[in-house]
Write a protein that binds this ligand. Structure first.
Ligand code: ZN
Ligand code: FE
Length: 256
């Protein structure tokens, strides 16, 4: 039983991701930003789609579901219970702590309200994989549109507590743009600068900057570093409540 993850571009800057269990042949798509690239990826790999794991209801994550379902009518659509009524063709709804089986693989659902109120992420604990949707990006996080800032901070803290070796897949390739902002609130972070050089080289070569890891994001993502003394000092917020520091970072990013 081996897990294979295939990541590819969709739309402008979205990712499509397939998770395949070679033991059973089961294959899940994480969100369906658009149908054509997902169908092409399945054909390239010779995988038959069995499941669609939806992170949240935004169009750039679900609009391809109906067309993909025409090609794979048995594919089961798994959706967050908090917003399933606004997601097409849902088969089952899930919430905090629920286990989703993809063939021999198991994903645990973690609720991460903030970007949307029902947003969930899928953590494949045994395989050290996290599919974070628009909650966590490399060097960034999703816009906080449907919950107080403190709720989003709590959501990000749940992800920060996952094992450092966890590989992180995200909804968007935003790393370079996020990095420009990150430098303004964490200017003395050498690891951040090194990673940005790597990210720029990857993009210049037509490659992705994802997946990342929880350990790397803890070291260089300002939105996970609201407790860090250097970040707090750069913001003039030394010793303040991390939730408030997070809110300040998010508000600055919105205006950046
Ligand atoms: Zn979104
Ligand atoms: Fe998105």
């Amino acid at each position: 039983m081996t897990v294979h993850v295939y990541q590819f571009a969709c739309l402008q800057d979205n990712f499509g991701v397939l998770v395949h269990d070679s033991g059973t042949g089961a294959t899940a798509a994480i969100d369906v930003p658009e149908a054509a690239p997902v169908l092409k990826a399945l054909a390239e790999k010779g995988w038959a789609l069995t499941d669609i794991l939806v992170t949240h209801r935004h169009a750039d994550h679900v609009q391809g579901i109906p067309e993909v379902k025409q090609h794979f009518p048995k594919a089961r659509v798994v959706a967050p219970k908090g917003e399933a009524d606004r997601i097409p063709l849902v088969d089952i709804t899930v919430g905090e702590g629920d286990l989703v089986r993809i063939g021999g693989l198991t994903a645990r659902v973690i609720e991460t309200p903030g970007h949307t109120i029902g947003h969930i992420v899928y953590w494949f604990e045994d395989d050290n994989l996290l599919f974070a949707g628009d909650t966590l990006f490399s060097l960034g996080c999703g816009r906080v549109m449907e919950a107080p800032m403190a709720v989003m901070w709590n959501s990000l803290e749940k992800l920060a507590d996952l094992p450092e070796e966890t590989q992180v897949y995200c909804g968007h390739e935003y790393t370079l743009a996020n990095g420009k902002f990150a430098l303004t609130v964490d200017p003395g972070n050498d690891m951040l600068k090194e990673h940005l050089a790597f990210a720029a080289a990857q993009r210049a070569a037509g490659k992705f900057t994802l997946p990342s890891t929880i350990g790397l994001e803890l070291a260089i993502n300002p939105f996970l570093r609201a407790e860090n003394e250097d970040v707090q000092a750069a913001l003039g917020m030394s010793g303040r409540d991390p939730a408030d520091v997070f809110a300040e970072i998010r508000e600055r990013k919105n205006k950046f």
